[in-house]
Design a protein around this ligand. Sequence first.
Ligand code: ADP
Ligand code: MG
Length: 270
Amino acid sequence: MVKEETMTAGAIKVSNVRKEFIDTKGETIIALDNVNVDISPGEFICLIGPSGCGKSTFLRLIAGLIEPSQGEIFLDGVKITKPGYERGLVFQDPTLFPWLNIYENIAFGLKARGIYREKKKEVKEFIDLVKLDGFDKALPHQLSGGMAQRAALARALVNHPKVLLMDEPFGALDAFTRMNMQDELLRIWKERGTTMIMVTHDVDEAVYLSDRIFVMTPRPAKIETIVNVEIGRNEKYGRKRDSGDFLNLRSKILRLLNYTGKEMLIEYNI
Ligand code: ADP
Ligand code: MG
């Protein structure tokens, strides 16, 4: 069990952010414009919106992998200028090192930071946290998709990030594994208190998990609406998927997404 005193959560402030890219034809693409949001410590945020509306760009900016063309982003009042371990990243593809076993994959960040010797004990604690005990010596290809993604979660969490950034982390999983993983993630969230920012194409997933849902639109690429999910959480910390409130909010978000005026706006990555 990971100790209480190691719980961490950070506040994110996104201030007047714009991000432009130049495409192969030399034309300017506005990937994000006029984004202003504050995320409180320990909040669970989902970003939802059609493909190409800037969701991954938003995460990559907070990760410090790219810089805003305009505006600033802060973690606990400190401007983000580069990647850092206090902002963990999990992608759709677990991106584990295939030649390292699960233990070594999870220990990798600690070794890279030169703190493995003092933090060694925690590798095992995080393996237990994601319920992979007994799989320490397994190689990534020997694990199911859900297990590999749990290893990727542990690899990010072992660094005690204040914010966990997840880009469609369960997008490649089947529907049932995905629902189980949502409960696992909520359990970890409850235990760790980490601020969670997750991109998803799945409206149900967003309603099940989030405190707030940022609904994004393309052209102009911005956060169009912020939906407060004011539905009580169940014993697993999620929501009752078959309740009237759940289904109403689900419909509302689908309407918001269709309101952007294009056919087939919700795209699932299978
Ligand atoms: P999403 O994750 O919502 O599908 P992205 O954030 O990946 O969208 O991309 C938003 C827009 O910015 C898209 O039009 C995409 O083609 C463009 N884009 C993203 N990254 C780059 C890049 N490195 N160079 C040029 N264009 C990019
Ligand atoms: Mg994306």
